[in-house]
Design a protein around this ligand. Structure first.
Ligand code: ZN
Length: 423
């Protein structure tokens, strides 16, 4: 039974197969949601779109994006689900609550668990694993959903939830737990506590970990893998939409499961963007309980359609770059402070920096101000290196690199500021 959940064929469809698969599921859900969910009907009518006109993923661009903040307002105006519930309330399996505040209804459809099963399977989890599930089991969906997915895979779950560090270390050792699912920071807490308790690392039974809900810094991942001998995988999920991307053993980005349509769009216009262009993650689910059509996550990412060595042909989100609100558009390309931080982190000589976008004669001017930690650095070599890294990671070139005296940039200053005026 587990196999039909994670089978690779859906993820290995040819581009033509994927297009027709998505088109047929999309037509079905749009027609269904239009009939059953008043908020979807209203959204389409306001945009002057008839459900029959949405035939392919490309047609989705005609439907406006509903941002998470709008959903909060819609739920307030039409409580509790904002007019998006498409089934009788008494048929719901769970109702979750997430900060916003937002109510997330969950019905009996299998798509949510199916996508989560794929993530665990790709991460090497399976029958015989004893897994510590350190996500919360109340209010939010993470704990229960991942629990269900692990059960489908044939693993044994220990629902430890959040906190109780010492107890969780004891459970891992006593039960010979082989797997962990939770945030990377909490796993680090557990492993450090085990070290403090004098438990030899070789005596820890953990073999693999699946993370979500938090960024996974490369240095932390390296520590898990090299110092603790763990296989690690990362996944991208949201409370409203479930799992939206998962890593295969190639660790080459988040494969998008066939259970959702993920678009990367220009946050200002809602227009879909091409491969490699950073924009907002916008999701359409096939969820018949709560059909969110073109839901804006507020997360910033970019996708690649390059084939992956694992054999899955699904597009991948390259990374979650941050939140849309913090990004600054430079010459039409979104640049996020985390991209700039990543680029500058390669240069230990740099003590502080700040990216500044200004306007000169109707042209954007992208400057990075740099404070050096010590005198005597080779500024010319550094300048070339920084320019190359910024171009590679932010995908826009620097117009100017300014060396400023130590103490010029306050410690608490924003790392990327937009100083443009539009007069
Ligand atoms: Zn892959």
């Amino acid at each position: 039974m587990a196999e039909e959940f994670y089978q690779a064929d859906r993820e290995a469809m040819t581009p033509a197969e994927r297009e027709s698969y998505y088109a047929s599921r999309l037509q079905e859900i749009v027609a269904y949601a239009y009939e059953r969910a008043p908020a979807v009907r209203e959204k389409l009518e306001r945009a002057g779109v008839k459900p029959g006109e949405i035939r392919t993923v490309a047609d989705l661009a005609r439907i406006p994006v509903t941002e998470k903040d709008n959903l909060v307002a819609l739920q307030k105006a039409a409580p509790p689900f904002g007019g998006f519930l498409a089934v009788p309330p008494q048929s719901l399996k769970h109702v979750f609550f997430s900060p916003g505040p937002l109510y997330d209804p969950q019905g009996t459809e299998e798509d949510l668990a199916r996508a989560a099963v794929k993530a665990f399977h790709a991460a090497g989890f399976g029958p015989g694993d004893i897994v510590i599930n350190a996500f919360s089991y109340h209010l939010v969906p993470a704990g229960l959903l991942l629990d269900e997915a692990l059960q489908v895979l044939g693993a044994t779950v220990v629902p430890t939830g959040v906190g109780n560090t010492d107890l969780q270390v004891k459970i891992i050792v006593d039960l010979r737990a082989t797997g962990y699912v939770g945030t990377p920071s909490f796993l680090l807490t557990l492993l450090k506590r085990a070290d403090e308790l004098g438990i030899p690392r070789t005596a820890l039974p953990l073999k693999r970990a699946l993370f979500t809900a938090e960024p996974l810094p490369p240095s932390l991942r390296k520590a898990f893998e090299e110092e603790y001998g763990l296989a690690t995988a990362n996944a991208y999920a949201t409370a409203d939409l479930g799992l939206l991307g998962y890593e295969c053993p190639q660790k080459s980005g988040f494969h998008i499961p066939a259970e959702v349509i993920v678009e990367i769009v220009d946050p200002a216009t809602g227009e879909p963007l091409g491969p490699g262009e950073p924009g907002e993650v916008v999701v359409t689910t096939f969820n018949r309980t709560y059909p969110l059509i073109r839901f804006g996550t507020g997360d910033l990412s970019a996708y690649t359609a390059e084939p992956c060595l694992c054999g899955r042909t699904s597009a991948r989100l390259v990374a979650i770059l941050g939140r849309v609100g913090d990004a600054v558009k430079v010459r039409g390309m979104f640049v996020h402070p985390t991209q700039l931080a990543e680029a500058l982190s390669r240069f230990p000589e740099v003590a502080r920096y700040q990216g500044v976008v200004t306007r000169l004669g109707h042209q954007d001017l992208f400057t990075v101000r740099v404070e050096l930690g010590a005198e005597g650095a080779d500024r010319q070599a550094l300048s070339g290196g920084i320019q190359a890294q910024v171009r590679a990671l932010c995908r826009v070139g620097l117009d100017r690199l300014e060396w400023v005296a130590p103490g010029t940039i306050p410690a608490e200053a924003k790392k990327l500021v937009d100083e443009r005026t539009w007069e």
